[in-house]
Design a protein around this ligand. Structure first.
Ligand code: UD1
Length: 362
């Protein structure tokens, strides 16, 4: 069997790592195509080296652009690659513009498409990721769902017959790296200047278009983070830096200690060393949950509602609605005592993915 994985953005590289590892222990041919949606070394190269992923077989170098331009460039560049490879499966990951482009190129060439992380929904149609997920799910032949909730969403959209529950491959990646960090297999996290890890600190990220692209909203969120009573390691995505500069929002003030995005193991170490996480990322909400750190999510909804149980994650769409004291109390709340269970699977999802692809025929 030959499988082409199409990736392009940082969270897809984390999901690719366990999949590439699972394929490496089989006879199957696994071809990696990187669209180049993320091109900064901090968002791409360090993930390949740090997670031991083989270098991409093909790099399309599409770069940034509006949604249409980025998706269109990836689609046009993928067509000849998939035509030449003619794989048994095209595997697409998550919800980025590269995911949608991979699914469209494949389905129009009558190549079978499998969607990893199928069935997640925010029901917020203003998010580019929501369009990408829904369209990819409806184009794909095999829907690899991470949770029971995702299976329910797929069934509600008439897609039950194409859906299987495999668990979440990010658990595979996160738990393996956690164990290696805890056993001293990695250097300490490269925290931003001003945080040395001896005092309690929070880890924060902010990059979603709906939080960064409106000047008033970005300024309000940055103000709320800067006003917290603990130092905040703000691991700044290039989109945040670009929009902050454009809108004249200063990131280096109050509690904020801005720094570069971290490689995966360093990010896991940073979270393990912290007293809590504040984010608008999907992956980080779940990683905080798996690592046992309280998370505060700067969004009105989450695709990972299981993290909300037992107050491990709290949705705060707008900190200013809460008032300074309440916001600070939530963001710095103590580690919850509630048990967490295994809603995202047992850390062996990648092997199940390979098995389902194999069983569905080569
Ligand atoms: C993308 C995904 C999002 C995912 C995120 C993870 C879409 C619609 N969004 O968002 O689901 O959570 O990746 O990081 O696909 N930029 C750089 N260097 C890079 C990459 C981006 O400077 O290597 C800058 C560019 O100015 C670009 C902006 O960041 O315009 C946004 O990048 P883009 O890939 O469009 O979306 P992300 O915000 O990264």
């Amino acid at each position: 069997m030959k499988v082409v994985s199409v990736v392009g953005a940082r969270p897809q590289l984390v999901k690719l790592a366990p999949i590439a590892g699972a394929f490496a222990s089989t006879e199957h041919r696994h071809v990696i195509v990187h669209t180049g949606q993320h091109y900064d070394a901090d968002l791409s190269d360090v993930f390949f080296t740090g997670l031991g992923i083989p270098q991409p077989d093909v790099h399309l170098g599409i770069g940034s652009g509006s949604h249409g331009v980025q998706t269109g460039h990836a689609l046009a560049a993928l067509d000849p690659v998939l035509a030449a490879e003619r794989p048994d499966w095209v595997l697409v990951y998550g919800d980025t513009n590269s995911t949608l482009a991979g699914a469209l190129s494949a389905v129009k060439q009558h190549l079978r498409v499998a969607h990893l992380e199928a069935g997640l929904r925010s029901f917020n149609r203003r998010m580019p990721e929501e369009h990408n997920r829904v369209l990819t799910d409806h184009a794909a032949d095999l829907l690899l769902a991470p949770t029971k909730e995702a299976m329910r969403h797929l069934a509600a959209e008439g897609l039950a017959s194409r859906s299987v529950l495999v668990g979440d491959v990010m658990v595979d990646a996160c738990l393996a790296v956690r164990d290696s960090v805890l056993s001293g297999g990695h250097p300490p996290a490269a925290l931003p200047e001003g945080i040395d890890g001896t005092e309690p600190y929070l880890v924060a990220t902010l990059h979603r278009a709906e939080n960064t692209d409106h000047p008033g909203r970005l300024a309000a969120l940055v103000d709320a983070l800067a006003g917290l009573p603990l130092p905040v390691a703000l691991l700044a995505h290039p989109r945040l830096l670009a929009r902050a500069e454009e809108h004249g929002v200063k990131l280096d003030r109050g509690a904020l200690r801005p720094g570069r995005p971290l490689p995966y193991a360093s990010m896991v170490a940073a979270m393990l060393g912290s007293v809590g996480v504040i984010t608008d990322s999907g992956g980080l909400q779940k990683e905080a949950y798996l690592l046992g750190r309280p998370c505060t999510t700067l969004r009105p909804q989450t695709e990972w509602p299981e993290t909300l149980d037992g107050d491990w994650n709290r949705l705060v769409p707008d900190p200013h609605d809460l008032g300074t004291a309440t916001w600070a109390a939530i963001a710095t709340r103590p580690t919850p005592t509630a048990g967490r269970g295994e809603p995202y699977g047992d850390g062996r999802a990648a092997h199940r993915v390979v098995r389902f692809l194999t069983d569905a025929g080569s």
